[in-house]
Design a protein around this ligand. Structure first.
Ligand code: URA
Length: 343
């Protein structure tokens, strides 16, 4: 069901291929920086007609390229770092893997089946959503930004909308907000439980039949939202990621994708830098190296931006502001580990 993207940025237009320098560099310098050869030897390669830029052989110097935008090849081989960086936001449907391919022998749809970028660059999803979770997935070929976004300590906050059956009681909300103990697994074995870092909570809707919650997480543990809600006795019926740091899932129908705008990309870079700095300074101040308030491995960025979704308390009149309170603590780590073993 690969749908046409709603909007596409033209190559070279805002929102595509932003690079640090933003300017042109001499081709021989580019080749030298990429480790192809010294500048002088690179000049000889160019004069010998062995270097192509965007498919055309360059014979004469001076010649210039824009790193990250122009495609450079030497003897037909693409030079790493010369590929334009592409940043795509996809509204992932359910029943879709957020990996690049399925396990051997299986053939489920992946996010790559839905994104055919005209440049043909190989894109990779940043982080994972469960097979049945919908919503915002970022895909890019910018490995450095992807690493920083998925780094357990430097990553940005992620915001989800979760639908659960029935009226979610106050004590369950308070426990969620305070942090549920989640089992830790290593090599397929449960090795204990640690409390999830503080979760930003907003009530979007709550009545007898269902509760819709917005959860903002600073860490990204495996199936975290589903496990937290299951732990308070309310398994998730529907889950959607609606924001990732400053990126908001808006204007994209399910299954559609578009490139990030320049403004979005800049905001994302700023958020990653800020999270990195916050994590760095928290590490300096503490003994664990984790940001303040973070609990287990995978503890994420500091910050505190409220996610989208408007005012809390759209359900019953007079509902408390869920962002403040903290209630009774959840089960002990040992109990949590035992009850989670069955997952
Ligand atoms: N938490 C989950 O439980 N599932 C996801 O896909 C993302 C966060």
């Amino acid at each position: 069901m690969a749908k046409k993207p709603q909007t596409r940025a033209r190559p070279g237009s805002p929102g595509t291929g932003e690079q640090e320098s933003g300017g042109r560099v001499r081709l021989q310098r580019f080749l030298a920086d990429a480790g192809v050869a010294s500048r002088r030897a690179s000049e000889l390669l160019i004069e010998e007609g062995r270097v192509k830029v965007n498919g055309k052989t360059v014979h004469d110097l001076p010649a210039f390229v824009r790193p990250g935008e122009d495609r450079v090849q030497v003897d037909g081989q693409p030079i790493a770092g010369s590929e334009r960086h592409v940043y795509v936001m996809l509204n992932k449907p359910g029943r879709t893997l957020s990996t690049v391919e399925d396990e051997p022998g299986a053939a489920r749809r992946t996010v790559l089946d839905l994104v055919e970028h005209p440049s043909g660059v190989r894109l990779y999803p940043v982080g994972r959503l469960d097979y049945d979770t919908r919503g915002l997935v970022l895909l890019t070929n910018d490995g450095e930004l992807a690493n920083r976004l998925t780094h357990p300590r430097f990553g940005v906050e992620k915001t989800y909308h979760a639908v659960v059956k029935g009226y979610l009681e106050e004590d369950a909300l308070a426990r969620l907000e305070k942090g549920i103990y989640l089992a830790e697994r290593r090599e397929g074995r449960t090795v204990g439980a640690t409390r999830a870092a503080h979760v930003g909570l907003k009530l979007i809707k709550r009545d007898r039949d269902r509760t819709v919650l917005e959860l903002t997480l600073k860490e990204g543990r495996n199936r975290q939202v589903r496990r937290m809600l299951a732990a308070v006795g309310s398994p998730v019926k529907k889950l959607e990621r609606v924001a990732m740091g400053p990126l908001q899932l808006k204007g994209l129908a399910v299954g559609e994708w578009r490139e990030l705008t320049r403004v979005e990309l800049q905001a994302l870079r700023r958020a990653v830098d800020k999270a990195g700095k916050a994590a760095g300074s928290a590490a300096l101040g503490g003994t664990t190296g984790r940001p303040k308030g973070a609990a287990g491995p995978g503890a994420g960025s500091a910050g505190g931006r409220a996610g989208p979704g408007g005012k809390p308390g759209a359900g019953k009149a007079g509902e408390p502001d869920r962002r403040r309170g903290a209630g009774r603590a959840g089960p002990t780590p040992r109990k949590a580990a035992r009850s989670e073993k069955r997952r």
